[in-house]
Write a protein that binds this ligand. Structure first.
Ligand code: FAD
Length: 457
């Protein structure tokens, strides 16, 4: 049997290699460190946590906690080791990072079907089954080769993303639906400001605290000239945003009548913040032009000053950093298989999921499917009501035009049959549905689930 190649021994690659080997297939896991270091990694261990040592909140009525639980039940090695090496972190699953990575490295090295090959892979092997998991800092040579396969337009090297807000948390008495000059369907939610509200917002934005750029990101910053952070635009002058993304022209709240009618005395808004629909179901809304380097707490504080967003729930904050990712909606299906080459799969930050746990989830699915491909079995996609299934459904079916990486969050799950106002109760219901559907799905596909360790807050 030919070995399956997994390229990149980070969170996703470690999980993928383990799942392949556990399914009985030989696997070669390629990791470039320590022969070639990335700008953010420091060790030679597999599954190094490059920054925080936390996998996010543990409670199963939180998106990260639900994802931990799904992975735990599916037999993830990354979550098993995170549980084993957990340190107290007030409700989060945080680990002793050195012991965690060392243990994973040793565990994989001892597996009879896993060969660990150190060295940079500069070309995607043209034949055989390959899983690409080289992460946000994929080496330049491999990025170039990947571009040949995907086309340059389907790869991104920076993430300049605006915050994403849960639709249910937007005040629809204030925000109105309309497209500029009524072009096409009313596709945007618009938050109107009067002059006073605008000036307060503008001043707060100018004074808000920014997150420092990492050294290797300083150079990247110059690529953002065409895509200024909203706070930088604000600092360039009181009026700049009103001639940019907050332009108030051509946007009419149909509930107030036609502004163009001289008999209508309703004042035009002084500025308007627009939100664009992010998912098929209209549960997620992206703040147009709000790419930002502000600290996350500051983003919440300042953006909640926008009329209509006072109680906004953010599923993703704005970021501007170096991040290599492919345009997954163009290139992948929900089984994480490339459409142009069915023997090539990918997972992790490279496919546009965000965070350690999401990377391990992708590793689980891509690894499981690579082994199934080798064994002639049909590939799996998870139910879209699970957090894992929703994540891979999102990245494979979002709008390719505006595709930006997505962390696990409840906004990507299909809505519940009934509306539940209380957030904790709503998320609890999402969890119950996800775990029940996962159990049914596992029975159908003859997958033995591991014991649950449900954390409830
Ligand atoms: P990685 O874990 O980065 O693994 C990719 C692996 O591929 C690396 O080991 C790399 O050395 C290897 N590799 C790359 N190119 C090649 C090649 N050509 N040949 C062989 N091997 C190669 N997420 C969080 O959840 N919390 C955080 O605090 C956090 N902080 C971050 C800070 C920075 C600076 C960056 C860049 C990212 C951060 N992330 C964080 C996102 C984080 O990268 C992912 O959550 C996670 O590491 C993604 O896992 P991955 O397996 O896709 O990539």
């Amino acid at each position: 049997q030919h070995p399956i190649h997994v390229i990149g021994g980070g969170l996703a690659g470690t999980e993928a290699a383990w799942q392949i080997a556990q399914a009985g297939c030989p696997v070669i896991l390629h990791e470039m460190r320590p022969l070639r270091q990335s700008p953010a990694h420091h060790s030679e261990q597999l599954a190094e946590l490059v920054c925080s040592n936390s996998f996010g909140a543990q409670s199963s009525d939180r998106a990260s906690g639900l994802l931990h639980e799904e992975l735990r039940q599916l037999g993830s090695i990354v979550i098993a080791k995170a549980d084993q090496h957990a340190v107290p972190a007030g409700g989060a699953l945080a680990v002793d990072r050195a012991v965690f990575s060392q243990d994973l490295t040793a565990t994989l090295a001892q597996h009879p079907l896993i060969e660990l090959s150190r060295g940079e892979v500069t070309h995607i092997p043209p034949q055989g089954i390959v899983v690409l998991t080289t992460g946000p800092l994929t080496s330049p040579a491999l990025s170039e080769d990947l571009q040949r396969l995907t086309g340059l337009e389907y790869m991104s090297f920076f993430d300049a993303a605006s915050p994403i807000v849960v639709g249910e948390s937007i005040d629809l008495d204030t925000a109105f639906k309309a497209s500029r000059y009524d072009k096409g369907e009313a596709a945007y939610l618009n938050c109107p400001m009067n002059r006073e509200q605008y000036l307060q917002f503008w001043r707060s934005l100018c004074e808000a605290e920014q997150a420092p750029l990492k050294d290797f990101e300083q150079e990247t910053a110059k690529f953002f000239e065409g895509c200024l952070p909203i706070e930088e635009m604000a600092r360039r002058g009181e009026e700049t945003m009103r001639y940019g993304p907050l332009k108030p022209v051509g946007l009419f709240d149909a509930r107030l009548g036609d502004f163009r009618d001289p008999a209508n005395k309703v004042k035009k808004p002084y500025a308007v913040v627009q939100l664009r629909q992010e998912d098929k179901a209209g549960q997620l809304w992206n703040m147009v032009g709000f790419q930002t380097n502000l600290r996350w707490g500051e983003q919440k504080r300042v953006f909640r000053l926008i009329p209509g967003l006072a109680t906004a729930e953010f599923v993703r904050m704005g970021v501007m950093h170096r991040n290599t990712f492919i345009n997954a909606p163009e290139l992948l299906n929900a089984a994480l298989q490339f459409k142009p080459r069915s023997t090539l799969l990918a997972a992790g930050q490279l496919v546009g999921t965000e965070g350690y746990t999401a990377a391990a989830s992708g590793g689980w699915l891509a690894g499981t499917n690579a082994a199934r491909l080798a064994q002639g079995q049909p590939l799996l996609a998870l139910p879209v009501t699970t957090m894992m299934g929703a994540l891979f459904d999102f990245i494979s079916s979002a709008s390719p035009k505006h595709f930006q990486p997505m962390p696990p969050n409840f906004g990507i799950l299909p809505a519940l049959p009934q509306r539940i106002k209380n957030k904790q109760e709503r998320y609890g219901r999402y969890r119950d549905r996800a775990l029940s559907d996962l159990a049914t799905w596992a029975r159908t596909h003859h997958i033995r689930l591991q014991p649950s360790k449900l954390v409830v807050s």
